[in-house]
Write a protein that binds this ligand. Sequence first.
Ligand code: NIG
Ligand code: FE
Length: 402
Amino acid sequence: MRRMFTHCRLVSMHTDIEQADGFEVLDNAMIAVENGTVIAVGRGLSIDGFECCSLENRLVTPGLIDAHTHLVFAGNRAKEFEQRLNGASYQDIARAGGGILSTVKATRESSLEHLIELAIPRAKALISDGVTSIEIKSGYGLTVADELKMLRAAKAISEHVDINITTTLLAAHTLPPEYQHSADAYIELVCNEMIPSVAAESLADAVDVFCETMAFTPAQMARVFESALKHGLNIKGHTEQLSNQGGSALAASMGALSVDHIEYLDEIGVKALAEHNTVATLLPGAFYFLRETQKPPIDLLRAHQVPMAVATDFNPGTSPFASLTLMMNMASTLFGLTPKETLYGATRHAAKAAGLHRKGQIAVGFDADFSVWNLGSPAELSYQIGLSPLHSRYLKGVKTHD
Ligand code: NIG
Ligand code: FE
C-alpha cells in the first residue's frame, strides 16, 4: 500500500526548530506512506503511484502515546477517595489493607474475559482523545497466574479496539497478603518465576517496580531489574512518588527507559537521569488526585535537558482519568510545562519512555501513526478539555477512528 496524505498542517515533532509560538507547523505538507511506514515528508512530493488522501488543512500530530497506565483492573476505589477527603492518607489506607490490595482482591476474582470487557471502554476513552499507543501494566494480580492473566488481558485489548499496546510486568507493586512478612521471598518469586514465565511467553516488554517505603526497597528493585535485564526485558520504575529513596538514580544507572512520578527527585537523581538518558515521566493526575503538594523538579529537569514524558497513570486509586489531553493540561497548570513540552511529553518523549523507537514522530522510517485535529494550533491541544477536537486517527497509515 502506497498512500500520500496531502494538505496537512504538520506538527511532526521531528525537528527542534523554535518558532515564535514554540511549535514548528508546516502548512500544506505531505506525508508519503508505504506499508505503514513514513517514506517521505515535506512539500511538493511527487504523487505518482500513490493513493491520495487530503487531510483538508487540518492539524496533524504524531498519534498520542500514553506511556504509563494501569488500564486493566476490576472494582473501583471511590470509597477511598471519600476516606482521603475525611482525612486518611494514601499510606494509611494501604496499611489498613485497602489501596492497591483492594484492587488486587477484585482483580484476582475476575476472569480474563471480564478484565478485557472492563478495560475496553477505558481504552476507547483514550482513543477518542487521539491516543494511538498505550503502555499497560500488571500489578493487581501478585500471583504468577493472576499477573499473567492481567498481561493477557492487556494484550487482548488490541483485538477489540484499534490501538497499539505495550505491556509491563509490575508484579513488584505491593506485597501480597500471602507474603506479608517475607518481602524477600516474594521478590524471589518475582525474579525466579514471574519474570521467566512472562519472558517465555513474550507477555511483557518491560518490568516495573514500585520503590517506596510502603512498597519495595531500592535493593529489592535492583534484584528485580537484574532478572528482567537477564531475560531481555526493559526496565522502568515508580520512584520518588511519596519520598526520596534514591530509586530513580539507581534505576537510571541500570538502564531504565523511564522513572515515573518523581515528585521527590533531587538534583543527584536528575543528574543520573541526564547521564543515563532516562526519561522523566510526569504523572500530574496522581499528583492532583492525591492532593500532593511537592512538585517534580521541573526546572532541574530542564536545566539538565532530561526528556519529560506526560502520561495518565490511569488507575482506580490515584489517577482515575482516561484523558491524556487533560494530563497535558495539568502538566501545564500544575507543573508549569509549556504546551510544546506537553506535546513532546505525549509523543516523542512518551515513545522513548515506552521503548517505541519507531513511534512518536512523523518522520522517515517511523510508523505512520498520526492524529488529525479540528484545532487551530497545537497549543490548543492542552487548552480546552472535553470538546473532543479529534477528527481522525491513523495507525500505520490506516484510518481507524472518526
Ligand atoms: O502509579 N504508585 C503506585 N502505583 C500506582 C497506584 C496504584 C493504586 O493505587 O492502585 C500509581 O500511582
Ligand atoms: Fe502508576
